[in-house]
Design a protein around this ligand. Structure first.
Ligand code: CA
Length: 366
């Protein structure tokens, strides 16, 4: 009996001690949370697009809105259009140097620094948006992208997708490869080099510079995105022919660039908010393009008398030939390009087979 009482007392005391210890631990965890919850962060986000431009420019605005709402104002993101804080083509450097915490752009603009970077925006005759997102999240793409940007102190995240882009605007019809000779066309990334090897003269310009270059005759042709964005820039006022052929950007991925140190300085919950907001924007941007391109194309044809065209097979075959040759050259000359290309091309090959059996056949049948 005495023995049992002593044992009960011991158990009770042990329980009290454990509860007290837990309480102490809880208080310190709570104190950490309170401190974290009080700490506020303000980030600057620079972009390569005109401020509030439909689709591209609204993607970072949506991101900022999501982050602000989800963090209850603990992380405020202020978005700057191209040229407001830094020029559109200096977004990468500004994030890398920590001048700003974030950027929104397209990775093919950095091919001068990182030969493999364009693989994370658009490869001519490459993956569609759906295939690209599948590769990024479940095919090893994200890991490769992070490795590539790590030496620059940048953490990349997918930042939207334009879907398949149109072949572009031309002042004269393209009826043969001969019509490409000496043609000055605004076109970025690997596609620019492909066009150069096919005889044209590629020009790199930010979106905001294109219209006046086309109007003044400094360029003969331009690609930009697709009907939704191209209508907004008014290219129909200065070029009659619009080519709907998809070849150079079959599913262009946009990117969020995040300064690694700034990201590491955030508490875990804000880091999660940044990642989730980026993913939400990645999804909704593609949906927006898919929904609005068709209506904009109708407006261009019905209200602005735009002449819709397709490149003839001869031109498409030449572009494919020069794309394959360029990629072979890049694989041979850059180790990182070769490594990323292996993962990308294997995934693309498996998707091509799968889609032949499913969607490709379905599109013909519905
Ligand atoms: Ca484009």
């Amino acid at each position: 009996m005495i023995k049992n009482s002593t044992r009960s007392l011991f158990l009770v005391l042990s329980a009290v001690f454990i509860l007290a210890a837990c309480d102490k631990q809880n208080k310190s965890v709570t104190a950490d949370h309170v401190q974290q919850a009080q700490e506020k962060f303000t980030w600057k986000l620079v972009t390569s697009w005109p401020k509030n431009f439909p689709g591209l420019g609204m993607a970072p605005e949506k991101f900022a809105k999501h982050v602000n709402a989800m963090s209850n104002g603990r992380l405020t993101v202020k978005v700057y259009g191209a040229g407001e804080l830094v020029p559109g083509f200096e977004v990468f450097d500004a994030v890398s140097q920590g001048t700003v915490q974030m950027g929104h752009s397209g990775s093919y603009y950095w091919k001068g620094k990182i030969a493999a970077a364009p693989i994370f925006s658009a490869i001519p005759f490459g993956m569609t948006a759906t295939e690209f997102n599948a590769w990024l999240h479940y095919g090893g793409g994200m890991e490769l992208w992070q490795e590539l940007y790590k030496p620059f102190g940048i953490k990349p995240m997918p930042g939207g997708n334009s879907g398949a882009q149109f072949g572009g605007w031309f002042k004269k019809e393209i009826n043969s490869v001969a019509d490409l000779q000496g043609l000055k066309m605004r076109i970025p990334g690997l596609a620019g080099e492909v066009l150069k090897n096919a005889g044209a003269i590629p020009v790199t310009l930010t979106g905001g510079e294109i219209f006046s270059a086309l109007q003044s005759g400094a360029i003969d042709a331009t690609e930009w995105v697709g009907p939704y964005n191209d209508l907004a820039f008014g290219f129909y006022q200065t070029a009659d022919y619009y080519y709907s052929s998809v070849w150079h950007e079959p599913g262009t991925g946009l990117e969020f660039l995040i300064n690694q140190q700034a990201f590491d300085a955030l508490p875990a919950d804000l880091q999660a908010i940044v990642e989730v907001a980026a993913n939400a924007v990645n999804e909704s941007t593609l949906a927006e393009y898919n929904a609005r391109n068709n209506a904009a194309l109708k407006t261009l044809i019905d209200e602005h008398n735009v002449q819709l065209r397709q490149f003839p097979p001869e031109v498409m075959q030449a572009l494919k030939y020069h794309t394959d040759a360029l990629i072979t050259e890049q694989v041979a000359s850059d180790k990182d390009f070769a490594r990323v290309w292996q993962s990308y091309s294997e995934f693309l090959a498996s998707m091509r087979e799968f889609n032949k059996l499913t969607l490709q056949a379905y599109y013909e049948n519905r």
